[in-house]
Design a protein around this ligand. Structure first.
Ligand SMILES: Cc1cc2nc3c(=O)[nH]c(=O)nc-3n(C[C@H](O)[C@H](O)[C@H](O)COP(=O)(O)OP(=O)(O)OC[C@H]3O[C@@H](n4cnc5c(N)ncnc54)[C@H](O)[C@@H]3O)c2cc1C
Length: 1004
């Protein structure tokens, strides 16, 4: 039976109705507005009349949900607790965490809850049981069973109510091949067994036919991130091929069993990969294919065009599930954090408008006969305005309601579902099945969606918004992308045109390359292909050092008086030159020191940040600052350069650290001698070249920065001992650092032959680390595994911030270790010029020997859990190594290794874990993965390191955001990239003037 919605008169002369069907121009016209409203009103009034038995109403009325919507602070703490809940093993842990979350400062609890929270004994048990059962009920509301078989009664119940299904396996990112294999097995199982099980359901013409013919009864939704442990767009082709191979068996089986497989759409970073993969899969296997497409993306219209053009070109019919998108908050925050243009619309109505435009495009592309290519359309929405607009477009094209499918989520919008069924519209429920832990991300997304102020469903059925509000047209000029794009634009402009005294533009980090963007990927690949490594010999001798020192000392008395603004402009110019050569510099780093693409790119971005940031902080520092207000007395603090500065950077951040130390010394008016690391002179040479260009452009002497590529043992040792040197900026190993500190110290006046130095040398010294991450019992294991893996093995563990000890609390140890090992096994060791490589060669043969020595030692001290070597490529290709059963007295626990070797240690409880972590004399970085607020607070207080990271990896400190540096044996306490760093390159002087003359003084 046709719905009454379609028995009305056709839309009068909508221009698109004449061309939409034939030429494919989308049926999107303001002429459809009256019809859209008419359909919308009808659906809305029916749904509102229908809401008596609404499941979702109960959900919203639930006390906790209701309070969450009133109080955003409470919502955050409650949802955090819900997210942690499945990891909690017993009622005591549930109670402890609940009390902890709900006792956070500034939180107002709903009446009654505070009493329950404070009480112990019986009330404690009652509270725990009540909350546990509420969460389980919420989860059961959205999740139909633990697997397809247990969900069968739900599927049958829906089918009998004229609702079809798409089954989804809960769980998202897989961190290892084992997990991928398990997901693929479960998907295959679904595809193979479900059709037979649902064959017993009675036939339904409504659900099993569209305007072209039969529609598969079994419909399964898959996520590509669950089907490959390496879905990283940086290696687009590699990820594509790997995922394709993984998915193919499912598709072949789906074809055999007549199952429709829908590719869900996940984060924006995976969008292009998902689309391309989908199209290639369709070209390989002739299965019933569907794909979700998101209207909240600014690229929505272009994405729709792309898939439509492809389907027409190939003659392939596919079903598009048009949704708005489930990750809006994530995408917005992520883009903001990265300084990238935001991929999603900023205003809800823009998403709604894009949904209607995309729907119009797809409806225009609906095939009208089975022989044609084109896109069939399913609407994944609970918004009656959005649905009504599509129905109006369909009607205008003269197609029957069977040509479109409505899809809604299990556990939501029952009133709307009833209306759809009443009106004989084909309706499908998206039915997730699975366990609570992998299901939590889905559940939290649903909770956020349901309680969002922007939710149409909430406005329509909880807040009782007016009909005109609910059905209002979203079409208007799109809201511009403000903050992130403005930031990105500012980066393109940061600029030579800048009037430096106006460098009051706030500092913002240089955005990293977005490797999910094809253009950025291609530019980077081209730079790698065209960059060769120049020969920069390590040739300087102590005699050269002597001459360089003479030049620097001679220049200093004039250079010290150069205009601080001109020096700041030098750094801004240098930042711009770095930006202009950005990919070429990264390529040089890849070739010279073996970093992979991402690490090399981050190195260059950090160098830019140092220049930009120190230019700004120097201007501030060199502006005399008045101290206090005293009539008749002027007190000012002034800063002035110290003298000749020797910079000795390491090879592991060959551009960033060198640039940071040289920039700091230069901008504060010192003359600088840069002695590069022996392993990476070429990149240092480029840095000096561009600093010379920048100095010359400001009419400052280029000799203010001298390049002295010599051996550390000879030239370095000579430089640091020379009395003409006032500052030494060093980053490197503990042994060399301690030697420099000793060499820089003045002689004791009581030693024979003592002669007093003209100046005490100041040493800015950053050394190594033996960094630990604690994984607490309540940790999010997905995050902890990836965070530890990346912190330990990123750039082969050759970062002073790298994790080399992971301390796991209590009985989580075995589960964590097993996942960590399997996840680390997926890392690719190989040629760093290839985008899919995770670990390139370690820096040189000597480093390889040292690392291999510790690997050998680990075999006797602990239990080898993972050992990846690539002897076929050479001894420098050392992959991840993990040792368990390491004890605090073992050398693997105490020694800095500077390679991809990770020790796993057991702790009895959190306090024990902290004690173990603090046992090292190095105090550089540390991390904690925990979802217990009290433990995070304890770590803040007691975890004794220079940079502590909570619930994130421990490497990748950003200038100004995470000023970097440690204490103990890790360094002298300076914080690179921090507000106070430049002070180390200056003397502070205070000038006091008596401003009173004959009893009068200037007014303040
Ligand atoms: C059957 C089905 C399958 C689904 N599959 C997927 C999938 O594969 N991938 C996926 O991402 N989602 C998927 N979803 C989830 C879907 O994206 C959300 O349920 C949907 O966005 C809610 O939209 P609505 O039209 O029902 O509600 P509305 O309340 O009209 O819209 C809410 C949506 O608007 C957007 N929004 C909210 N605030 C703003 C803002 N300030 N600016 C711009 N936009 C904003 C967000 O997308 C939000 O979800 C699916 C949904 C269904 C029903």
């Amino acid at each position: 039976m046709l719905s009454s919605l379609f028995r009305r008169k056709p839309v009068p002369a909508a221009p698109a109705s004449s061309n939409g069907a034939t030429s494919g121009t989308p049926v999107h016209s303001t002429d459809l507005e009256p019809r859209t409203l008419e359909i919308g009103r009808e659906l809305l009034s029916l749904a509102r009349a229908n809401q008596a038995g609404l499941l979702s109403k109960q959900f919203w009325q639930d006390k906790l949900m209701n309070w969450s919507m009133k109080d955003p602070q409470f919502k955050i703490q409650l949802f955090r607790f819900v997210d942690t809940f499945p990891a909690l093993r017993d009622p005591d842990a549930v109670h402890e965490h609940l009390v902890d979350y709900l006792s956070q400062p500034g939180l107002t609890l709903p009446p009654g809850l505070s009493l329950g929270l404070a009480a112990g004994g019986l009330a404690k048990g009652l509270l725990t049981r009540t909350v546990t059962s509420q969460i389980q009920t919420m989860a059961a509301n959205f999740i139909a069973g633990t697997d397809a078989i247990s969900a069968l009664p739900v599927l049958r119940n829906r089918w009998d109510r004229s609702i079809a299904f798409s089954v989804d396996l809960l769980g998202e990112a897989c961190v290892s091949q084992l997990e991928v294999d398990e997901y693929r097995r479960r998907y295959l199982d679904l595809v193979e067994t479900l059709p037979a099980r649902v064959a017993a359901f009675p036939p339904s013409a409504l659900l099993e036919t569209d305007h072209l013919g039969p529609v598969p009864r079994t419909n399964v939704s898959i996520k590509i991130s669950a089907l490959s442990a390496k879905t990283d767009p940086i290696d687009f082709e590699g990820s594509l091929n790997q995922t394709l191979e993984s998915i193919l068996p499912i598709l072949l089986s789906a074809k055999k069993h007549g199952v429709l497989v829908n590719f869900d759409m996940e984060h924006h970073a995976l969008k292009d990969l998902t689309l391309e993969l989908f199209m290639r899969c369709c070209e390989r296997v002739d299965f019933h294919a569907g794909i979700a497409m998101q209207a909240y993306l600014r690229s929505g219209d272009a994405d729709a065009k792309r898939i439509i053009d492809w389907s027409r070109r190939t003659g392939r019919i596919v079903t598009v599930r048009l949704v708005k998108g489930a990750y809006w908050d994530f995408e917005t925050i992520h883009a903001d954090q990265q300084g990238w243009p935001c991929p999603v619309w900023a205003a809800k109505r823009d998403t709604d408008a894009c949904f209607e435009r995309m729907s119009a495009s797809f409806i225009a592309a609906l095939p009208t006969s089975a022989g044609q290519g084109g896109t069939k359309l399913a609407l994944g929405s609970h918004n009656l305005r959005s649905i009504a607009a599509s129905l109006a477009q369909l009607q205008a094209r003269g197609l029957p309601p069977a040509a479109i499918e409505l899809q809604m989520l299990h556990g939501m919008a029952d009133a709307l579902k009833s209306v759809a069924v009443d009106r004989s519209l084909r309706l499908r429920e998206y039915v997730p099945v699975g366990q609570m832990i992998p299901g939590m991300a889905y559940l939290v997304r649903r909770l956020l969606e349901n309680t969002s102020n922007e939710s149409w469903l909430r406005a329509g059925f909880l807040d009782d918004a007016s009909e005109s509000t609910l059905l209002a047209s979203p079409h208007a000029a799109a809201t511009p992308d403000t903050t992130p794009a403005a930031r990105a634009r500012r980066h393109q402009l940061t600029p030579l045109t800048l009037n430096v005294p106006g460098v009051d533009l706030p500092f913002s980090s240089e955005p990293l390359r977005d490797f999910s963007d094809a253009a950025q990927r291609a530019a980077f690949a081209a730079a790698i292909a065209t960059t060769t490594l120049p020969d920069v010999p390590i040739s300087a001798t102590p005699a050269d050092a002597d001459r360089a020192l003479a030049t620097a000392a001679e220049l200093f008395p004039t250079f010290r008086h150069s205009d601080p603004a001109a020096r700041a402009r030098v750094l801004l110019r240098a930042a711009n030159l770095l930006r202009a050569q950005r990919d070429a510099l990264s390529a040089l780093i890849v070739r010279e020191n073996g970093k992979n693409w991402r690490n090399a790119d981050a190195d260059v971005a950090e160098a830019i940040d140092f220049c930009d940031y120190y230019a700004r902080t120097a201007l501030d520092l060199f502006t005399p600052r008045r101290l206090g207000r005293y009539t008749g007395e002027l007190n000012e603090v002034l800063h002035e350069p110290r003298g000749v500065c020797v910079v000795i950077p390491p090879w592991n951040f060959p551009l960033a650290i060198a640039a940071g130390m040289v920039a700091a010394a230069l901008v504060t008016g010192n003359t600088v001698i840069l002695k590069p690391a022996e392993q990476t002179p070429a990149i240092a040479r480029r840095l000096v070249d561009l600093l010379h260009t920048a100095l010359a452009a400001e009419n400052l002497p280029v000799a203010a920065v001298q390049f002295l590529p010599g051996q550390g043992e000879t030239v370095g040792a000579y430089l640091v001992r020379d009395p003409r040197v006032s500052v030494i900026a060093f980053t490197g190993s503990r042994d060399v650092g301690l030697d420099i500190l000793a060499a820089a110290a003045p002689q004791s006046p009581f030693s024979p032959g003592f002669s007093a130095p003209a100046e005490l040398k100041h040493v800015v010294c950053e050394m190594g680390g033996k960094n630990a991450i604690i994984v607490d019992t309540s940790a999010d294991l997905d995050e902890a595994v990836l965070g530890v893996r990346d912190s330990a093995f990123g750039f082969s563990g050759q970062k002073c911030s790298a994790c080399s000890r992971v301390i796991v609390v209590g009985n989580l140890h075995d589960a964590f270790l097993a996942r960590l090992v399997e996840s680390s096994r997926t890392l690719v060791v190989g040629d760093p010029t290839h985008p899919g490589t995770d670990l390139g060669p370690v820096i040189d043969a000597a480093a390889a020997d040292k690392i291999l020595h510790y690997i050998h030692l680990g075999q006797s001290e602990g239990k080898p859990e993972l050992a990846v070597l690539r002897p076929d490529l050479g001894k420098r290709y050392i992959g991840p190594h993990i040792f368990s059963a390491i004890q605090p007295h073992h050398r693997l626990f105490t020694d800095e290794i500077f390679g991809p070797v990770l020790s796993v240690v057991r702790a009895t409880d959190f306090a024990h874990a902290l004690a173990l972590a603090n046992q090292s004399p190095y105090k550089l970085t540390g991390g904690v993965y925990s979802r217990k607020p009290a433990h995070l607070a304890l770590a803040r207080k007691l975890f004794s390191v220079g940079n502590l990271y909570l619930n994130r990896p421990i490497t990748g400190a950003l200038v100004a955001r995470q000023p970097f540096g440690g204490f103990g044996l890790s360094g002298a306490g300076t914080k690179a990239g921090g507000a106070d760093y430049l002070r180390h390159f200056t003397h502070a002087r205070v000038v006091t003037e008596n401003t009173m003359r004959r009893g009068f003084a200037p007014e303040d």
